[in-house]
Design a protein around this ligand. Structure first.
Ligand code: NAD
Length: 432
């Protein structure tokens, strides 16, 4: 099979490298020439653990190629994975212009019939619309079939998730497409779930919306814990031991971010709206999340004046092990700190390059300890190992005032008490 993967972002690159590692001949195509040039030289423009090593192995073995030439990418392709971005429009709807443009280019270059597999997250009905759009543009005698194969990888563990995901969802009503994809994925020994295209498209949105709901739920519980004297860590633990609830995604914090949850929850509200359904629950989830991103700074404003104060902002990526800052809570927090007149010294092991483009006014440091030196307050925003392993006694030694606003509940209250720091966290008693 000639496999082409369209888009070399987090999803496309992991998919292309994963398929190449499985032994398929893969061409990865991107319109970004600079990215392709770097990838050909074995450099990846994103941070994803293990990806670069595997990519170099596949390049050397000759199972992986990169191109920005559409005729080379599509001419002989039988199996084409769409992994281009589907960001949100200002009104929350999914922007399908990249995927439509990719399909138009494919239609202009295909010389054989092909199966197009949509990995990008797209609203219900999009695969059907793309198929109809392409049918008008294809040369006579060339046909395309579409299958939906939503992606569930988590940034930071993308390679692991490719080879050991919980499930592979495939939506198709075409028997030949089903057999092709079954054969392709069978060696991974991951449970496969086959369904119709529309249900498959919806599974992706429903899954992300459900996970976002769990996060906003526990954050609301945390906010009530804070006022009632309960401890959200104990509450989440006790809840999570119930197998029907499960312990994952019950971690109180400063809200979710990233390139998926915010845009996919907004898109699902719009998808529901299009069929005259008011998705009240999901609207509340989004609203709770927006407010949750503000709680850490509000907590700080209740106990100190931020104007002119030196604050350390530790962790910028929306979660650990990625350089992705799209919709990261750190952006909301940093902007509020700057607006309050604080001098913000920021550190992140991987995401500072991306953040410098968005917030050039932060002072970037080359280590967490440098940000903490003489600081009046520290804000813990992303739970990178390197950050959560800083012993509390270092805060005491380095900071002018050892005052910590912990958005990820990294330390136990007992540790904080013993270390003698001022400690404010989410849904737990303050140690002042
Ligand atoms: P990304 O923004 O990191 O990468 C998209 C890539 O597509 C870019 O390199 C861009 O240059 C390229 N591109 C755009 N138009 C193109 C075209 N016409 N032809 C070829 N390349 C083109 O995106 P991503 O984070 O990998 O997400 C891709 C899709 O997967 C989105 O729909 C997203 O919602 C979904 N998804 C993402 C994740 C994730 O963790 N990032 C997880 C699951 C699903």
């Amino acid at each position: 099979m000639h496999v082409t993967v369209v888009g070399t972002g987090y999803v496309g690159l992991v998919t292309g490298v994963g398929l190449a590692k499985m032994g398929h001949n893969v061409i990865c195509m991107d319109i970004d020439h600079k990215k392709i040039t770097a990838l050909r030289q074995g450099q990846i423009p994103i941070y994803e653990p293990g990806l670069q090593e595997l990519m170099i192995e596949c390049l050397e073995r000759g199972t992986l190629q990169f191109t920005s030439d559409p005729s080379y990418a599509y001419q002989y392709a039988n199996l084409i994975f769409l992994a281009v971005g589907t960001p949100q429009h200002p009104d929350g709807t999914a922007n399908l212009s990249y995927i439509e443009s990719a399909c138009d280019t494919i239609a202009a270059h295909l010389t054989e019939s092909a199966l197009i597999v949509t990995k990008s997250t797209v609203p219900v009905g999009t695969n059907e619309r793309l198929r109809a759009r392409m049918a008008k543009r294809l040369p006579t005698g060339i046909e395309v079939e579409f299958a939906s194969n939503p992606e569930f990888l988590r940034e930071g563990s993308g390679i692991h998730d490719f080879f050991h995901g919980d499930r592979i969802v495939i939506g198709t009503e075409n028997e030949k497409a089903r057999l092709w994809l079954q054969e392709l994925y069978e060696p991974l020994e991951i449970p496969m779930f086959f369904t119709d295209v529309r249900s498959s498209e919806m599974i992706k949105y429903a899954s992300n919306a459900f996970l976002a709901t769990k996060i906003s739920f526990i954050n609301e519980i945390a906010n009530i814990c804070q006022k009632t004297g309960a401890d959200v860590e104990a509450v989440a633990r006790g809840m999570g031991m119930d197998m029907r609830i499960g312990s994952q995604f019950l971690k109180a914090g400063v809200g979710y971010g990233g390139s998926c949850f915010p845009k996919d929850t907004n898109a699902l509200v719009q998808i529901a709206g299009d069929v005259k359904h008011d998705f009240r629950l999901l609207k509340a989830v989004i609203e709770v999340n927006n407010q949750q991103q503000e709680v850490l700074v509000e907590m700080a404003e209740n106990v100190m004046m931020l104007t002119g104060k030196k604050v350390a902002l530790l962790g910028l990526s929306f979660k650990p092990n990625t350089d992705d800052i799209r919709e990261a809570p750190s952006i909301v927090i940093a902007k509020r700190l700057l607006a309050a007149g604080a001098i913000v010294r920021a550190y992140d092991p991987q995401a500072m390059g991306n953040m410098k483009r968005v917030l050039p006014d932060l002072l970037y440091t080359s280590a967490a300890e440098e940000a903490l030196q003489d600081a009046d307050a520290a804000f813990l925003v992303t739970e990178w190992k390197e950050i959560i392993h800083i012993p509390l006694k270092r805060y005491v030694e380095l900071m002018k005032t050892p005052r910590i606003f912990d958005g990820r509940n990294v330390y136990s209250l007992q540790e904080a008490l013993e270390a003698g720091v001022e400690y404010y966290s989410i849904g737990r008693k303050a140690i002042g």
